[in-house]
Design a protein around this ligand. Structure first.
Ligand code: TMP
Length: 219
């Protein structure tokens, strides 16, 4: 019997602390015998990684930024995400389209109607009448921007997004809130201004509640 594929995305402002939990989830799924694809956006294919390098480092206008994000996403969906889901695998994707609505839409103030149109084109299914491809679950690591700023201070050389002022991240965080309001059933909001172990418990719980992971065995 083929197990259904699972598409999970992870979101939050820069510094929200997604990485450790994504790795932990990959281990938990593998321990249950599931094949896991760990990937990220922008990126995840050779072409999309080249676009990532451009979009994180080169000056460009907001439309160009949005188009490159969706161009990278299209290649990623076709080359990596859709084939993995068709094989029944678990795709753990560090950021997806909610990031575009939060960063380019809310953060940069770019036209949300254009983003919605791009979302329709890029995430359309090849099967007639099928719904848009969206994650089965989006884990939103919700961290106050002031706390994120403290965490990021003195870290490696910031890219075009990390170097934005706190006010930008206030808008991005509000953008994530707005996306969640539009589709609350798809989101698990995890308050992340707390010790890492507590954040991990909340993340696990979101998967256990949906029957996707068994209860954690504590040693
Ligand atoms: P990362 O540092 O979490 O890998 O994400 C790369 C940066 O790209 C991060 O600052 C958020 C930004 N980003 C967007 O602005 N729009 C998008 O659609 C995506 C996927 C990421």
């Amino acid at each position: 019997m083929q197990t259904a594929g699972l598409f999970i995305s992870f979101e939050g402002i820069d510094g929200a602390g997604k990485s450790t939990h994504i790795t932990g989830l990959a281990e938990a799924f593998r321990a249950q015998g599931r094949a896991v694809v760990l990937t990220r956006e922008p990126g995840g294919t050779a072409l999309a990684e080249k676009l990532r390098d451009l979009v994180l480092n080169d000056a460009m206008d907001p439309l160009c930024e949005a188009l490159l994000m969706f161009a990278a996403r299209r290649d990623h969906l076709q080359q990596v995400i859709e084939p993995a889901l068709a094989r029944g695998e678990v795709v753990l994707c560090d950021r997806f389209t909610d990031a575009t609505f939060a960063y380019q839409g809310a953060g940069r103030g770019f036209d949300l109607a254009v983003l919605r149109q791009l979302e329709q084109w890029v995430q359309a299914s090849t099967e007639p009448g099928a719904r848009l491809r969206q994650p089965d679950l989006t884990v939103w690591f919700d961290l106050p921007p002031a706390v994120a700023a403290q965490r990021l201070a003195g870290a490696r050389l910031p890219d075009r997004f990390e170097s934005q002022p706190q006010a930008f991240f206030e808008r991005v965080a509000a953008g994530y809130g707005a996306r969640m309001q539009q589709d609350p059933g798809r989101f698990a909001r995890v308050p992340s201004d707390r010790p890492m172990e507590q954040v991990w418990l909340a993340v696990r719980q979101a998967f256990e509640q949906r029957g996707w992971l068994g209860a954690e065995v504590t040693k």
